[in-house]
Design a protein around this ligand. Structure first.
Ligand code: FMN
Length: 203
C-alpha cells in the first residue's frame, strides 16, 4: 500500500477535499490520528463507526442507472460480492442519495470498478449538489451490452446487474443485484483504493 494519501499531491487536493467532505457531511471533521475506542453498542456514534470502518480498505466504484431517461451515477465503496451461484452482489445506497430513487425505480444498474487514474471520476460522482443531468458529459464511457447503462471507460472491471431485492439498512438501502454481465481488464493492476477517507494506490 502506498503511504501517500490524496492530500499529498497538488493534483489531488480537490479529491481529498471531496473525500473528507463525504466523510464529514454531518459528522464534523475527520479524526485523522489517534486511537478510536468503541465503548458499547448503545454509545457508538456515527463518527466512531465511520472512523473504525474507514480502516477497512476498499476499492472505489461508480454505480449507474437510468431514471427519467437520464443517467444517474454516484461513487460507492460499499460493494460486496454476495453469492457466486446465483451470481449476486450488493451495494448500500444512502436513502438521501439521488441514486436511491433511480435504483429503486430502474430494475438494472451497472458498476465500474475504478482504476487508479480515476480519482477525478470518483470526485465527480461524489460531489454533493452537482448539477443534475449530463452526468457523463465529457467523460469517456460506453454502454453495457446487456442493460445499456453507462460504464466508465478505462475501469478495472464492470458489472451489469438486475435488482433482485432491496433490503432496509438503516439510513441506507441494501440493493442486491443479480449479475447479468461481468468483465474485467487484464491490463489493469492498479485499482483505486480508499482508506481512512483518502485515496491510495497499490505499489
Ligand atoms: C470513496 C467514496 C465512497 C462512497 N461510498 C458510498 C456508498 O457506498 N454509498 C453511498 O450511499 N454513498 C457513498 N458515497 C457518497 C456519495 O458518493 C455522495 O454522497 C454522492 O454525492 C451521492 O450522490 P447525490 O449527490 O447525487 O445524491 C461515497 C463517497 C466516496 C468519496
Amino acid at each position: 500500500m502506498d503511504d501517500t494519501d490524496a492530500s499529498d499531491g497538488a493534483g489531488y487536493v480537490d479529491a481529498a477535499t471531496i473525500a473528507l467532505r463525504f466523510a464529514s457531511v454531518e459528522l464534523g471533521p475527520s479524526q485523522e490520528t489517534g486511537v478510536v475506542t468503541v465503548p458499547g453498542e448503545d454509545t457508538v456514534t456515527p463518527r466512531q463507526l465511520r472512523d473504525v470502518m474507514g480502516c477497512l480498505v476498499t476499492g472505489v466504484c461508480v454505480v449507474t442507472a437510468v431514471a427519467d431517461g437520464e443517467d444517474v451515477a454516484m461513487t460507492v465503496n460499499s460493494v460486496t460480492s454476495v453469492s457466486l451461484d446465483p451470481p449476486l452482489v450488493l451495494v448500500c445506497v444512502a436513502r438521501t442519495a439521488r441514486f436511491h430513487r433511480a435504483v429503486t425505480e430502474s430494475t438494472t444498474w451497472g458498476l465500474s470498478i475504478l482504476d487508479g487514474d480515476a480519482v477525478e471520476v470518483s470526485t465527480r460522482f461524489s460531489r454533493p449538489g452537482r448539477p443534475r443531468g449530463g452526468e457523463f458529459e465529457a467523460l469517456a464511457h460506453h454502454r453495457g451490452a446487456v442493460t445499456g447503462v453507462a460504464l466508465v471507460d478505462g475501469s478495472c472491471a464492470y458489472l451489469e446487474c438486475r435488482t433482485e431485492v432491496v433490503h432496509p439498512g438503516g439510513d441506507h438501502s441494501i440493493v442486491v443485484g443479480r449479475v447479468l454481465s461481468a468483465t474485467h481488464s487484464a491490463a489493469s493492476e492498479r485499482p483505486l483504493v480508499y482508506h481512512r477517507g483518502a485515496y491510495r494506490w497499490l505499489r
